[in-house]
Write a protein that binds this ligand. Structure first.
Ligand code: CMC
Length: 446
């Protein structure tokens, strides 16, 4: 016991008498024991470094590919309890926000930590809606994309290009500059998304109408044709707003981790957001909603669902829109989305793919393969059906995820920047490649 060392340099007996919030690790290679503090249910990976076999040893590291059990930050934005199916933004349950809030109010909450007062909300809404226009030059390079370019590719490049227009965005440690870029990013995302969509159709761009709500204006820019004033259908406008609320943030997911990682190099927020959109584009993340629809179309009929599930179980294909790294229970967003889906179908007519989706869910929730692995429908399982019924083409589905996630990304980026513990993100590796060797001349290579 006397020989035990601690991070604080005290003996184990001394440390134990002060607190039990410690972890004792015995290194069986040396017989030495170490006591490390436990804070908020975690130990610091750097505390492992003192564990060495000899003074020249680099020290112990933790190995965690894909961050299955590594907390990379302290956050106060979004809380998830994956086992219980709980999701809260700044402490507010997602169910209450979906029922009572609007997307812009929720975005304010995520970014500021508190719900806005009436004046704050007015001011916030005014600023966002007065940053919806984009520079005319952006239209020119959007025109350069091929007619069948995927809109997520257009979003990634166009958002990155915004950094070339707003040089003040480099001033990331200036609060005023960050606020300005926040207005611009949240304001311009729907405009760029709508312009990308109209470009694929060869339709003229529709400019923002600041009198409309955030989702209402988006619908206007997407779907307006010859009307002098576009009036969004209130059911679709509210459905889109609720979907935006549900997608606004989701703590340390792949794209949030990307914006924190890229942003940690102190690049401007447009470049960092473009990187986050790229992460979201992938079929395992925000691209899953598009893949779900392709999968339902491939299945084709309810009768073919059991055969498809068989293929899932042999590992040939995945049941897209199912499973989650954190949720080992029903994704609370999926429950709300299912309700919204029926509201939209009531107006637009039932999506013929719904029966196939319901049959997939019914079988999966009873089947041992899915039950054992705790695979439930996630946020992307039903959204595609709603978006399709609302008239969106499949390629726009991940874009409809990226627009609202922008507020979450900026909230995560800002929290990272203001956290004195954060530095440039730079993981370690376990190197198992060649040891040093002599350069092989060409004739000696096999
Ligand atoms: N279909 C069939 N099997 C699955 C699925 C699925 N959708 N998801 C996970 N599994 C299996 C997986 O093969 C593994 O089985 P085994 O233990 O026999 O090897 C087990 O379940 C655990 O899966 P995992 O791949 O270790 O889980 P993960 O946490 O690494 O992956 C995921 C999470 C979301 C990437 C994965 O569930 C998946 O690929 N789902 C389909 C894509 C999808 O719907 N993505 C949207 C996620 S929610 C919104 C978002 O983040 O954007």
């Amino acid at each position: 016991m006397d020989s035990l060392t601690t991070t604080a340099g005290t003996t184990k007996t001394e440390a134990s008498s002060k607190s039990h919030d410690t972890l004792t690790i015995t290194d069986n290679r040396t017989g030495k024991a170490y006591e490390v503090p436990i804070t908020n249910g975690t130990i610091r990976a750097m505390d492992l470094r003192q564990i060495k076999t000899d003074p020249n040893d680099f020290g112990m590291m933790s190995y965690d590919p894909a961050y299955n059990n590594t907390a990379a930050c302290i956050s106060r934005i979004t809380y998830i309890d994956g086992d219980k199916g709980v999701l809260r933004y700044r402490g507010y349950p997602i169910e209450e926000l979906a029922e009572k809030s609007t997307y812009l109010e929720t975005a304010y909450l995520l970014l500021h930590g508190e719900l806005p007062t009436e004046t704050q909300l007015k001011d916030w809404t005014w600023h966002i809606s007065h940053h919806t226009f984009i520079h005319e030059s952006i239209k020119k390079f959007l025109d350069g994309f091929h007619y069948d370019a995927h809109p997520m590719g257009m979003m990634i490049s166009t958002i990155a290009a915004l950094s070339t227009f707003y040089h003040d965005a480099k001033d990331i440690l200036n609060e005023e500059s960050r606020r300005k870029q926040t207005y611009r990013l949240i304001g311009k995302m729907p405009t760029i998304a709508a312009f990308a969509y109209r470009h694929t159709l060869g339709m003229p761009f529709v400019y923002p109408d600041n009198e409309l709500s955030y989702p209402g204006n988006f619908l206007n820019m997407l779907f307006r044709t010859t009307e002098t004033r576009y009036r969004p259908n209130p059911t679709l406008e509210r459905a889109l707003d609720v979907l935006f609320i549900l997608h606004a943030d989701h703590e340390q997911n792949c794209s949030a981790n990307v914006i924190r990682g890229v942003g940690s190099s102190h690049v401007d927020p447009y470049s960092a957001t473009a990187a986050a959109i790229a992460a979201l584009y992938g079929p395992l993340h925000g691209g899953a909603n598009e893949e779900v629809l392709r999968m339902l179309l491939e299945i084709g009929t309810v009768q073919k669902v059991p055969d498809f599930i068989k293929r899932v179980k042999t590992g040939e294909v995945k049941l897209m829109g199912f499973g989650h790294r954190i949720y080992k229970n029903y994704d609370p967003r999926a429950r709300i989305i299912k309700r919204v889906a029926y509201e939209v179908f009531e107006l637009m007519g039932k999506n013929p793919l719904l029966e196939i989706a319901l049959e997939c869910e019914r079988i999966a929730l009873e089947d041992e393969y899915f039950v054992k692995r705790k695979l439930y429908p996630n946020v992307d399982f039903y959204t595609g059906l709603i978006y399709q019924s609302m008239g969106f083409p499949m390629t726009m589905f991940p874009v409809l995820f990226a627009i609202p996630r922008t507020s979450g990304w900026i909230a995560q980026w800002q929290e990272m920047l203001l956290d004195p513990e954060q530095k440039i993100a730079r993981p370690r590796q376990v190197y198992l490649g060649h040891d040093t060797r002599d350069y092989l001349s060409m004739e000696k290579r096999s």
